[in-house]
Structures are given as C-alpha cells and as structure tokens.
Design a protein. Structure first.
Length: 166
C-alpha cells in the first residue's frame, strides 16, 4: 500500500510539469520569401517558406509584420520588398487583411510588387483567419486570395504528335 501511495504521489508531482510543457510549446509560422537563385520548373522554385518561431506573438499582427519585414534568416532567401520598406497601416475587415506599406523606390516594377505581395499574402493567408490580403504601396494595390495565387506553372503539352500537325 505504501508503494502505491508513493507512486501516486510521484505521478501527481509530475502532472503539473507535463501540463506546463503544453503551454511552453513553440509556435511557428511559415514566412514566404524569394529564393536568391530561382529553381525553374519546380514547386517553391521562386517563393519558398521559412519556418519562424512566433511564440507568444501568434496573434500580434503588427509584431508578425515587423518580423516578416526584417527579412529571412536563411541565406538562400531574400526579402521581396526593397530595403527600408516600413508598415504604414495594418488591419482586418470582412475577412480581409489590409496592409499598407511605404512606397517603393523608383526602380520597383509592377512585377516586383506582385511578387512581393504574393509572398506577403502567402505568409498571412495560411496563418491568420482571413480569406484575402490586400497590399497597398504608393500607387500600387493588389488583392490576393488562395484562388488567384498560382505558385507553380506546369506546362501542358498537346497530345498531338508532330506527324498529326503536318
């Protein structure tokens, strides 16, 4: 009987420690950045995720955005936004995340803006409870959702042979 009481006492001492592990679990989030060297014809050949620890800040959108804009840790990735890009405003409304950033420099093309906005949308679409992300920067504005983000363009080949087309 004494051994059973001792075992039960040890078990009761361990339970709070085990429950505490659950609360100290690390939260992570995928931040999407641009590869320094594109890998053409492959999934994640241009835009690639990097797992980041966001413990204690998983619901803090301004913190997450500042962490995202600080750039990737992986040397094979780079921020799609020009150096010095800052957050102007950030809010959610009607399942849309609205992000306004400082205007890009004069050398930024609309393709660069679309790529950088896609990285940002991918980062926040799958982590927060929004259906779409609207990014505005200077004169540029784009709204992206899961349906209009094409990440991998797989070529489709015609089943017709060269002999049939002659």
């Amino acid at each position: 009987m004494r051994k059973k009481c001792m075992a039960l006492g040890l078990l009761l001492c361990l339970l709070p420690g085990l429950a505490g592990c659950r609360f100290h679990k690390s939260d992570s989030m995928e931040f999407y950045y641009v590869r320094n060297h594109y890998q053409y014809g492959q999934p994640q050949g241009v835009i690639c995720p990097e797992s980041r620890d966001v413990t204690g800040h998983a619901q803090d959108l301004p913190y997450l955005m500042a962490l995202y804009l600080s750039g990737p840790l992986d040397e094979g990735l780079s921020s799609p936004f020009p150096r010095g890009t800052r957050l102007v405003s950030l809010y959610t409304q009607d399942n849309t995340l609205f992000v306004e950033l400082t205007p890009p420099g004069s050398g930024t093309s609309s393709a660069d803006f679309t790529l950088s906005s896609s990285c940002l949308a991918l980062t926040f679409l799958y982590f927060s409870n929004v259906d779409q992300v609207t990014v505005a920067s200077g004169e540029n504005t784009i709204t992206l959702n899961a349906e209009n983000l094409l990440l991998y363009d797989q070529p489709s080949y015609s089943s017709t042979t060269t002999e049939e087309t002659k």
